[in-house]
Design a protein around this ligand. Structure first.
Ligand SMILES: C[S@@+](CC[C@H](N)C(=O)[O-])C[C@H]1O[C@@H](n2cnc3c(N)ncnc32)[C@H](O)[C@@H]1O
Length: 270
């Protein structure tokens, strides 16, 4: 198995990694518990968007945390889409419980069953790096967005979680890069967006983690490849490196975050 399963292997993503919300929840818990920013990610993200009236589409919606935790001030009908049926089901339940009018369907972001220029906003939050050829999904987002609409595209930069990449490399000989940032990141994603939108604005989210519980960090690390398939010896070796990092930091492991959102306006028509 290679690292590349995380960035493009749709059968793996649909049938294993995101079949249920559980593995993503292990990662999101680390951010929720140990973020040092004054505002948590989803409320911050909501505050960056100049919301306008009209239908909203989210692609790669995951379990709907954006709606539950962000609570954007919108009234239009919402369409939640994802590659994984388990995610769509969870997202519709959460967004409905939060009081939104929602419909959901299973669809790859590259092929939405939605009319041209029909949405006031299209949201793609930390998902374009999973798409086998991200420009296809970016073109689909631009197709569905109204001329006066704003697409909201969030992703990671190259420095994201660089400390844990070193630990991972020591045990699994994996590359010391953020593969999400490589596939569609704050640097690599911009030209893809500029090919499809006249105006692309990047806003960075200043944050870092100060983690104090070994088990929370281990759960994060064990939620994705190659660590999720590590054998007993590899996991024990990783655990001893993580333990040592906590000792070196007097009980705290600091982790760099490199995250931001692109606001994209002026969809180009082919
Ligand atoms: C990291 S999660 C992010 C979920 C959600 N946007 C959030 O921020 O909590 C990535 C999501 O993208 C979905 N996904 C992966 N490839 C996709 C594709 N080609 N089209 C649509 N969704 C996809 C996964 O099933 C997963 O739910």
């Amino acid at each position: 198995m290679t690292d590349d399963r995380f960035t493009g292997d749709q059968a793996y993503l649909r049938g294993s990694q995101y079949r249920t919300p559980d593995k993503l929840a292990d990662r999101q818990r680390l951010h929720t518990r140990y973020s040092t920013a004054p505002q948590k990610w989803f409320p911050w993200l909501v505050d960056q968007v100049p919301w306008c009236d009209g239908p909203i589409v989210e692609v790669g919606c995951g379990p709907g945390n954006f709606w539950e935790e962000g609570r954007p001030p919108v009234r239009g009908p919402i369409t939640l889409t994802d590659l994984s049926a388990g995610m769509v089901e969870a997202a519709v339940a959460r967004a409905s419980a939060a009081g939104y009018t929602v419909g959901g369907h299973v669809a790859p972001a590259e092929q939405l069953d939605l009319a041209d220029a029909s949405a006031a906003h299209v949201i793609a939050n930390h998902m374009l790096y999973h798409v086998p050829h991200p420009p296809d999904a970016v073109a689909e987002i631009a197709r569905v967005l109204r001329p006066d609409g704003v697409a909201v595209v969030a992703t990671n930069g190259e420095r994201h979680f660089r400390e844990t990449k070193q630990l991972e490399h020591a045990v699994f000989a994996s590359r010391v890069v953020d593969r999400t940032a490589e596939a569609f990141g704050l640097t690599t994603g911009r030209p893809m967006l500029e090919a499809a939108f006249a105006d692309v604005e990047l806003i960075r989210f200043p944050d870092m983690l100060r983690v104090t519980e070994v088990d929370d960090l281990m759960a994060y690390l064990c939620s994705y490849p190659p660590i999720e398939d590590g054998d007993e010896h590899q996991i024990a070796e990783l655990r001893s490196l993580v333990d040592a990092a906590f000792v070196a930091g007097d009980g705290v492991v600091e982790i760099t975050k490199d995250v931001g959102v692109f606001l994209c306006r002026g969809p180009r028509r082919p």
